[in-house]
Design a protein around this ligand. Structure first.
Ligand code: ZN
Ligand code: ZN
Length: 357
C-alpha cells in the first residue's frame, strides 16, 4: 500500500507562498445531523487556487495558518447524518463548497452568496476540498444524474459561477452577448448565454488559441482586440458582428481593465454590464458612458439560490458540454503539477483525482 492509501485523510495543504505539503489529517466529524461525509473524487483547479499558491492571499483574504486548497469538487457519499433524508451512502454528488450562516440579512433575503459569515472552501481560514474526505450539509450536495460523470461533476462549480453571471445579466432569447475572457468561466458564460437563447454570443480574448477553442465551443463569433483605444475596439466589434447601435449584454470574465472599458463602450443605450472577472481592485472606469447610456451595472459573486441546480440541469441535458473543457487529470500525489500547469496556461481545466476509500 502507498502512503496515500494508508493515510486516513491525506490533504493537500498550502503552508506559504509556493510551499505545499501532503498532510494526514483526522477524518472530519459530521458537524450537524444534516451533514454528510464525501469521499472527494475529482477537483478542478482555478485561478483563485493558483493565486493563493503564488501570493498567499487574495485581497483581504490572507493565508495565515496552513490551509487545504481546492473548491471545485465532486465525490461519493460515505456517511450521512441522522437527519439526512435526500442522500444515501454511495450517491455521487457535485459539492457546493461554500456554506452560509443561514441567519444574516442577505441569507434571509435569499442571497446566501452574499452571507456575512460564509465558510467557503479554500478561503482562509477555511480548509478546501483537496483531501480524501470533506464534510458538507446535505443541501449543498447535488446528486449527479446517470448522464454525468464525476469528472463532469467537478465542473459544476465553474458552471455555477457562469450561471450566476448570466442570470445577473438577465440574458433573454434573441439578445446579443459579448463575453470578455475565454478562460473556463468565460467559455461557460458563452455556453450558458446560448442555452438561455442569446442569438449572438461573441467571445473576446487576446490569445488566439483560446479564441480558436471558443469558436468551436459555444460562440457565434470571436474577436481579438487590437492595441488601440477601447472605443475603437468597441466600434470594430459592433461592425464585424452586426451589433448595430451596440450589444444588449456585456460580461467581463477577465478582470482586465481594457476589457471593462471595451465592454462599457460596446453596449447599446440601456444595455447591461456584469463584472464577473477579478483583476486589479481599482481601475479607471468610463463612468460618463455608463451614465449617458443609462446602463445597468451588476457585480457577480460565486453562486446562490438555484445556481448549482441549474448547472446540473444544463450539463445533464446536454445544453452545456463541460466534458470538452477537461484537458487533463493528474494523480492526487501530483497535485502541485496541476497548479504549475494552470499557472503556465496549459489546457483549459486540469482535474486532480482523489484518493479512493
Ligand atoms: Zn474556482
Ligand atoms: Zn449568512
Amino acid at each position: 500500500m502507498t502512503a496515500s492509501e494508508t493515510a486516513q485523510n491525506l490533504s493537500f495543504v498550502l503552508e506559504g507562498i509556493h510551499k505545499v505539503k501532503f498532510e494526514d489529517r483526522p477524518i472530519p466529524a459530521l458537524k450537524t445531523p444534516y451533514d454528510v461525509l464525501v469521499n472527494v473524487k475529482y477537483t478542478g483547479i482555478c485561478g483563485s487556487d493558483v493565486h493563493y499558491w503564488e501570493h498567499g492571499s487574495i485581497g483581504q483574504f490572507i493565508v495565515k495558518d496552513p490551509m487545504v486548497l481546492g473548491h471545485e469538487s465532486a465525490g461519493v457519499i460515505t456517511q450521512v447524518g441522522a437527519a439526512v433524508t435526500t442522500l444515501k451512502v454511495g450517491d455521487r454528488v457535485a459539492m457546493e463548497p461554500g456554506v452560509p450562516c443561514r441567519r444574516c440579512e442577505p441569507c434571509k433575503a435569499g442571497k446566501y452568496n452574499l452571507c456575512e459569515n460564509m465558510a467557503f472552501a479554500a478561503t482562509p481560514p477555511y480548509d478546501g476540498t483537496l483531501a480524501k474526505y470533506y464534510n458538507l450539509p446535505e443541501d449543498f450536495c447535488y446528486k449527479l444524474p446517470e448522464t454525468l460523470s464525476l469528472q463532469e461533476g467537478a465542473l459544476m462549480e465553474p458552471l455555477s459561477v457562469a450561471v450566476h453571471i448570466v442570470r445577473q445579466a438577465r440574458v433573454a432569447p434573441g439578445q446579443s452577448v459579448v463575453v470578455f475572457g475565454a478562460g473556463p468561466v468565460g467559455l461557460l458564460c458563452c455556453a450558458v448565454a446560448t442555452a438561455f437563447g442569446a442569438s449572438k454570443v461573441i467571445a473576446v480574448d487576446i490569445q488566439q488559441s483560446r479564441l480558436d477553442f471558443a469558436k468551436e465551443y459555444a460562440t457565434t463569433s470571436t474577436f481579438m482586440p487590437s492595441k488601440v483605444a477601447a472605443t475603437e475596439n468597441a466600434e470594430r466589434l459592433r461592425q464585424e458582428n452586426g451589433l448595430g447601435a451596440g450589444a444588449d449584454v456585456a460580461i467581463d470574465a477577465s478582470g482586465a481593465e481594457p476589457s471593462v472599458h471595451t465592454g462599457i463602450h460596446v453596449l447599446r443605450n440601456g444595455g447591461t454590464y456584469v463584472q464577473g472577472g477579478m483583476g486589479r481592485s481599482e481601475i479607471q472606469f468610463p463612468i460618463m458612458a455608463a451614465c449617458a447610456k443609462e446602463l445597468t451595472l451588476r457585480g457577480s459573486f460565486r453562486y446562490g439560490s438555484g445556481d448549482y441546480k441549474l448547472a446540473v440541469e444544463l450539463a445533464s441535458t446536454g445544453k452545456v458540454d463541460v466534458k470538452k473543457l477537461i484537458t487533463g487529470t493528474v494523480k492526487f500525489e501530483e497535485a502541485e503539477n496541476a497548479f504549475k500547469e494552470v499557472k503556465a496556461g496549459k489546457g483549459i481545466k486540469t482535474l486532480i483525482a482523489g484518493i479512493d476509500v
